[in-house]
Ligand binder design. Structure first.
Ligand code: PGA
Length: 248
């Protein structure tokens, strides 16, 4: 899977233009799922523009409750009814700037699955954590917290993304070996919780300054099943190049 994360970029008009530009460039890609996680206000335009293509539309966040007095929030049912199939949960920017805790991430992931959305659950360590040697411990803790009370059947709907915080938007990519090591650990952790077959079937993406140049070597790693792309998903050519790298 190659998923774009537009973050707080693109108006609906720009979203339509960008998707129109992407469509011919990714037309031949058959072997990976392509998702664009767009701002809420772009969903309608994106769904319309992506119609008839291999692009699915995702959101970048949702509220964990079904409905109610939560001013400014968006529910899973609203997303589904708008044509959304995927939702990013627990991106490090949401954890850092919007106070999303592991418990919230778990509740949102459970609510997404229950409603029929496929959550893309993000985990990742800070530079400090990497340098003090607690990366794996931290990632395992985030994974265990995120999937708490999810069944093996629920797990089939979940996608994971390993995004080292120090690599997001910095131009500093994890090496292919670093990315693979953590993705392998995530799979090992899921194997302990759900068994080998379930862990093998899960898709684990890498995210953090993935671009047209480094995508091929990252995607070639055995435990890296795809990418979550920020900056490079805002340019049709770059995103298409990453999708094409995934198709090789
Ligand atoms: P980046 O962002 O590709 O711009 O580093 C990735 C992400 O935050 O999902």
């Amino acid at each position: 899977m190659i998923a774009g994360n537009w973050k707080m970029n693109m108006t609906p008009t720009q979203a339509k233009d960008l998707i129109e530009a992407m469509k011919p460039a990714i037309g031949k890609a058959k072997w990976c799922d392509i998702v664009l996680c767009v701002p809420f206000t772009d969903i309608q335009a994106a769904v319309k523009a992506a119609k008839g293509s291999r692009i699915s539309v995702g959101a970048q966040n949702m509220h964990e409750e079904e409905k109610g007095a939560y001013t400014g929030e968006i529910s899973a049912a609203m997303l589904i009814d708008s044509g959304v199939r995927y939702v990013i949960i627990g991106h490090s920017e949401r954890r850092e700037y919007f106070g999303e805790t592991d418990e919230k991430v778990n509740r949102k992931a459970a609510a997404a699955v229950a409603a029929g959305l496929r959550p893309i659950i993000c985990v990742g360590e800070s530079l400090d954590q990497r340098e003090t040697g607690v990366t794996i411990e931290h990632i395992r803790m985030q994974i265990k917290a995120a999937v708490k009370d999810l069944t093996e059947r629920d797990l089939k709907k979940v996608i994971f993304a390993y995004e080292p915080i120090w690599a997001i938007g910095t131009g500093r990519t994890a090496t292919s070996e670093q990315a693979d090591e953590v993705c392998r650990e995530i799979r090992a952790c899921l194997r302990e919780l759900y068994g080998a077959r379930a862990a093998r079937a899960v898709s684990i993406l890498y995210g953090g300054s993935m671009n047209a140049k480094n995508a091929e070597s990252l995607l070639a790693m055995p435990d890296v099943d795809g990418g979550l792309i920020g900056g490079a998903s805002l340019k049709a050519e770059d995103f298409a190049a990453i999708v094409n790298a995934a198709n090789q």
